[in-house]
Design a protein around this ligand. Sequence first.
Ligand code: ATP
Ligand code: MG
Length: 422
Amino acid sequence: MDTIRAIKGTQDILPVDVALWQQMEVVAQRILTLAGYREIRTPIFERTELFVRSIGTATDVVSKEMYSFTTQGNDDITLRPEATAGVVRAFIQNNLYASGDVQKLWYCGPMFRYERPQKGRQRQFHQLGLEALGSSDPRADVETIAIAIDILKTLGLGNLSVTINSVGRGDDRDRYRQALIDYLTPYRAELDKDSRDRLSRNPLRVLDSKDERTREIVAEAPKLVEYLSDTSKAHFDRVLSLLDNLDIAYAIDHKLVRGLDYYTHTAFEIQSNHLGAQNAVCGGGRYDGLVSELGGPETPAVGWAMGLERIAILLQQQQFVCPTQTDVYVISRGQVAEDVALAIAQQLRQAGLVTALDLSGGKFNKQFKRADRSGATWALVLGDEEVARHVVQAKQLQTGKQYEVTRTDLVAVLRGDLVPAG
Ligand code: ATP
Ligand code: MG
């Protein structure tokens, strides 16, 4: 019989890698908390309509990447391909705007997109992201970018680059869209197939085609920045000067438009030079129209999401070392000793020591080998004779030194608060 394998494009995160994932979460959580962000957890599925209305039907995500299905109760449901739509829905539904304060929210969890799996691109992947709802101040854009960089740098990632653009407001984009269509149409036959499709449906996406000839054509295309209104231009200029103030290096990329429809003004990406084709670790921008579009009050907002699989790949390349350590490995043999060993292990755990209990009941020397392999600082050895005398043999695995310690002194010795005799 065939064994059942995980679904294509999904991945098990095994215990050897979990420490690395926890590290990402711990670092991010600390930095986000310092910046006044609070976590929000929304469902991993939502009404399909939520994504269609927020992300837009002409985007790749909605037109071909969604995991959508009809439930037994006839509801059209989609596994979330991103979290902003759900967070905004929750913001509206729970009146989070009522206080009038800027809502600073972050989230972390799995997302689902039906894409072609490859390195750094999966069908179930994880994003950590934030949303700042309620401010149109360019400082909000820059503060969020700075927080993203803080997280990535604190994790030890170097070689990052920030690219930024302004996609303006809807009216700026409408004017630009027409100019772009007018420019591209004469070249229609020379564009790659995807770009030909996009030309009428979503011409801005032609700008980020990977096809060589399309890129040559696009290089000479009119630039969105030339179509920005004075207010949009002022917003963008202010964002750039605030980035300069914070010494955040960036490159303006006139072709950066990002995949989702809801962006306004600032669009940005953070790339790593160590990732190959899937090099974006973080993407985000402003989305001033989304909250009202989904039926909430007019609320300017800005946010980003980072791809944790891609960051994990980078950390692995840097030989991330697992910070967790076993303090004590408990070895026992003999009916009475084995029972006492279990009780001691529990006592040590309650005292805050990371304790592994050997459950094999096998020969002492085999148990010792496992103790060595565990990387523990101490091995505790218990036979029936030790139990009778209320003592334990404590062996320091690095030095090989062994001490006989009473049960009363045990925790203090293992913690290093008491120097054992002998
Ligand atoms: P890409 O250009 O790589 O397809 P995107 O523009 O579709 O990215 P966003 O929707 O902005 O990505 O998501 C933010 C981040 O989430 C990306 O920068 C990336 O790190 C990560 N990401 C997106 N899609 C995937 C995926 N299928 N597998 C793994 N990570 C992903
Ligand atoms: Mg994508």
